[in-house]
Design a protein around this ligand. Structure first.
Ligand SMILES: *Cc1c(COP(=O)(O)O)cnc(C)c1O
Length: 394
């Protein structure tokens, strides 16, 4: 169908979108209404952990769709229990609450920490978060985020989120007082430009939060579920947080998120937390397929080796073109361009012929790479060749 034949005028404007309509995808490739294909290194925004239309996920979705869609969140269902159990088996956490989006999981984490503060810490409610962090688009998670400008768009903000600087333990310590209940961070800031918290900083944070009886919350909506080369990014620093949130990759493309905590932190009482679709069997059955595939023998080793491969290729390109190197973990990486040419590259890559390339510039001076975790080295090579040909035209 021609672009003009789609009734797009009924959609509320929220951002500038290119004049193409995506119709289908398979693995690392996505196709538009003109039949043009694109090598996809965005993958739904680090969401399609197993690429487009993964067979195992489709089987789980189809089988569950015939059995039961939603018995109501007030009843148990089998996929919700199985996925929760799989997550606790493969993490340091004991309890799981399912949500529909990363922002909602983070709202849950904020509520859980505040509830814990009310119960055990004399009503402490402040959660220290970080400059340039991203935690979602609800009012509370926007207030928790350190994205420039977000303090004023929908003012007034939800109070109680003082901001510290990532990888600067003194900036955190300075903010701790009797009202502090938690510190919340992304182990790798994703939207902020793929900035990893150092192993040393994570360990200092764990020590500091223990010393002050303050909870440590990791937002692994982007860094979790294999993206960083380990099942969860907190594993990279050898610490155990008190609370973790997951989103994006856990559903492999379907709306699913989760809030996990240690048993002693799980203090919700009847009626404190819920949601109509939370833990519905259709989405949790898909999540079970995703996490089963990620934890299958050899899968995460493969993510790490392809992450190293991408890293080496990006460094090679950086040296060749005089860029500022690269950073990241596993298959969440950024190429530091040193100048604000990111958006131009993104547009040219998308519009390239005959095949396009989908990339993201999380900031104007860098490119972010978030391919499917099962991307092949041949596809990485193909992406690098396409990127080189675009750079040649600048
Ligand atoms: C994307 C993201 C969120 C928000 O997730 P949604 O599903 O869009 O609500 C929260 N935290 C981090 C780190 C993210 O990358």
């Amino acid at each position: 169908m021609n672009f003009n034949e789609y009734p797009i005028e009924s959609l509320m404007y929220i951002t500038n979108r290119p004049e193409i309509v995506f119709t289908h995808g398979k693995g690392s490739w996505i196709y538009d209404n003109n039949g043009k294909r694109y090598l996809d290194f965005i993958q739904g925004w680090a969401v399609n952990s197993l690429g487009h239309c993964n067979e195992g996920m489709l089987d789980a979705l189809n089988q569950q769709a015939k059995l039961l869609l939603n018995p109501s969140p007030a009843f148990y269902n089998e996929p919700m229990a199985k996925l929760a159990n799989l997550l606790t088996q493969h993490s340091c956490f004991d309890k799981v609450f399912f949500a529909n989006s990363g922002a909602e999981a983070n709202e849950g984490a904020i509520k859980l920490a505040r509830k814990w503060g009310r119960k055990f810490k004399d009503g402490a409610f402040e959660i220290i978060t970080f400059d340039h962090s991203f935690h979602g688009r609800t009012l509370a998670t926007m207030s928790a985020s350190g994205k420039p400008g977000w303090d004023t768009i929908y003012a007034p903000q939800v109070p109680g989120f003082p901001k510290a600087d990532l990888n600067d333990i003194a900036s955190v310590e300075k903010l701790i007082n009797a009202k502090t209940v938690a510190v919340m961070l992304e182990p790798i800031q994703g939207e902020g430009g793929v900035i990893p918290a150092t192993r040393e900083f994570m360990q200092q944070l764990r020590e500091l939060t223990r010393k002050h009886n303050v909870l440590l919350i990791v937002d692994e909506v982007q860094s979790g579920c294999g993206r960083a080369g380990t099942l969860f990014a907190y594993e990279l620093s050898g610490i155990e947080p008190d609370i973790m949130t997951l989103g994006k990759g856990i559903g492999g493309g379907v709306p699913l998120a989760a809030l996990l905590s240690k048993a002693e932190i799980a203090v919700f009482e009847a009626g404190d937390q819920g949601g109509t679709y939370n833990g519905n069997p259709l989405m949790t059955a898909v999540g079970y397929s995703v996490i089963s595939q990620l934890t299958a023998p050899g899968f995460l080793e493969g993510v790490r080796s392809r992450g190293e491969y991408l890293r080496a290729k990006l460094l090679e390109l950086s040296e060749e073109r005089g860029f500022n190197g690269e950073r990241g973990e596993g298959l969440l990486r950024a190429l530091l361009l040193g100048k604000d040419i990111g958006n131009e590259i993104v547009e040219k890559a998308r519009d390239m012929q005959p095949d396009g390339l989908l990339l993201n510039a999380a900031r104007p001076n860098l490119l972010r790479f978030m391919p499917a975790l099962n991307v092949t080295t041949a596809e990485i090579d193909q992406m690098m060749a396409m990127l080189r040909s675009i750079l040649d035209t600048l």
